[in-house]
Write a protein that binds this ligand. Structure first.
Ligand code: BTN
Length: 301
C-alpha cells in the first residue's frame, strides 16, 4: 500500500487513494488500483515519464476528469465501470502498426467481457476503431456502446516510443442508473447479460489473462487479423464519417485493413478508400431510416 501523497505524486494530479499490490500477472511491471483519480491515462503517462516500463496498469473505481476520444469527456459513476489504462513501450511494432496495441486491448476485453457476462461468443462487436458495442436493432443507432478505448502515443518511430491505452467498460451498471441523455446509446455487461452481476475484479483478471498472449504475439510480429475482422460491426453497413473539417460523407463500410488498421469504405461511385484513425473524428452507423446515430459513445459527453 502506498500513501495518498505517493499517489498524488504518481498521478501528478491529486489522486485520493490507491492500492499498490504486487502485479497480478508476470507480464505487468507495475499495477495499482485507485479509488478516485482524474484520469488513469494521466497516471500512466506520469509513471512512464518517471521511468516505469511496460506493461504498467492503473485501475480506478472512479475518474473525475475521464477523457474520451476527440476531446470528449468520459463519465461513469463510482463502481459502475472498469476504468483502467495500460502503458506500453511498443518498439516491437512499426509506426504504421501502432494501432494494433489499442486493438489487442479491445479484443482482449471483448473476449473477457463475453466470458464474465456469459454472453455468446461474438456478441460483443467492435465499432471501428475500438468501441465495444452490442447490436441493438431497435436503438436509433443500431448499437449500444459497452466500452471505449483511448490510445495516446508518443515518440512513434523512435526507441522511446510509448503508448498509453485507456479503456472504460460499463460493467455492473444497471439500466435504471444510466444517464437519461445516454440511455439510448449505451449499455453495460450487466444489462447485456439480462441482469447478471458483474464483478470488476473478475473482469480485470479475465482481461489480463487474454491480453498476455495477444501481447506476446505482437512482440513476435503476430496479430489476430481474422479475429479483428470478425468482430467488426461496420462491415457491410452504411456509415456516416464525421471528418475534422466538419464534413460528414456517407459511405458503405466494406471491411478493415489488417496492415494499416484503416476502415475500408466505398463511395457511391464504387471507389474504395482506406480511412486512418487520425483522419476521422467519428464513425456513425446509418440506420434503416437513413438517420445517423446521434452519439454512439455510451458514456461520452
Ligand atoms: C471513447 O471516447 O470511446 C474512449 C473512452 C476511453 C475512456 C477510458 S476510461 C479509462 C481511461 N482514462 C481516461 O481518461 N479515459 C480512458
Amino acid at each position: 500500500m502506498t500513501t495518498a501523497d505517493d499517489a498524488a505524486r504518481n498521478s501528478g494530479v491529486g489522486a485520493t487513494s490507491d492500492d499498490a499490490a504486487r502485479p497480478s500477472r508476470s507480464f505487468l511491471s507495475r499495477q495499482e488500483r485507485f479509488r478516485s483519480v482524474p484520469s488513469t491515462n494521466d497516471i500512466i503517462r506520469s509513471w512512464m515519464a518517471d521511468g516505469t516500463g511496460e506493461v504498467c496498469l492503473a485501475v480506478a473505481d472512479e475518474q473525475t476528469a475521464g477523457r474520451g476520444r476527440s476531446g470528449r469527456s468520459w463519465v461513469a459513476p463510482a463502481g459502475a465501470a472498469l476504468l483502467m489504462s495500460l502503458g506500453f513501450e511498443p518498439t516491437y511494432v512499426t509506426p504504421e502498426r501502432l494501432w494494433r496495441v489499442a486493438a489487442i486491448v479491445a479484443l482482449a476485453m471483448a473476449d473477457a467481457g463475453e466470458e464474465v457476462a456469459g454472453l455468446p461468443i461474438g456478441m460483443l462487436k467492435l465499432k471501428w476503431p475500438n468501441d465495444i458495442v452490442v447490436a441493438a436493432p431497435d436503438a436509433p443507432s443500431g448499437v449500444h456502446k459497452v466500452a471505449g478505448v483511448l490510445g495516446e502515443t508518443d515518440g512513434a518511430g523512435t526507441p522511446a516510443v510509448r503508448a498509453v491505452v485507456g479503456i472504460g467498460i460499463n460493467a455492473d451498471w444497471p439500466r435504471e442508473q444510466f444517464p437519461p441523455e445516454l440511455a439510448e446509446a449505451m449499455t453495460s455487461l450487466r444489462e447485456a447479460s439480462r441482469g447478471r452481476p458483474i464483478d470488476a475484479g473478475e473482469l480485470l483478471d479475465a482481461f489480463l489473462l487474454r491480453l498476455e498472449p495477444r501481447l506476446l504475439g505482437l512482440r513476435e510480429g503476430r496479430f489476430d487479423v481474422a479475429g479483428w475482422h470478425d468482430r467488426q460491426i461496420t462491415t457491410g453497413r452504411t456509415v456516416r464519417i464525421d471528418m475534422p473539417d466538419g464534413t460528414a460523407p456517407v459511405f458503405k463500410a466494406v471491411g478493415v485493413d489488417g496492415a494499416s488498421g484503416a476502415l475500408l469504405v466505398e463511395d457511391a461511385a464504387g471507389g474504395e478508400r482506406g480511412l486512418l484513425v487520425g483522419e476521422v473524428t467519428q464513425v456513425r452507423l446509418v440506420t434503416g431510416g437513413g438517420d445517423a446515430e446521434t452519439e454512439p459513445g455510451g458514456v461520452t459527453l
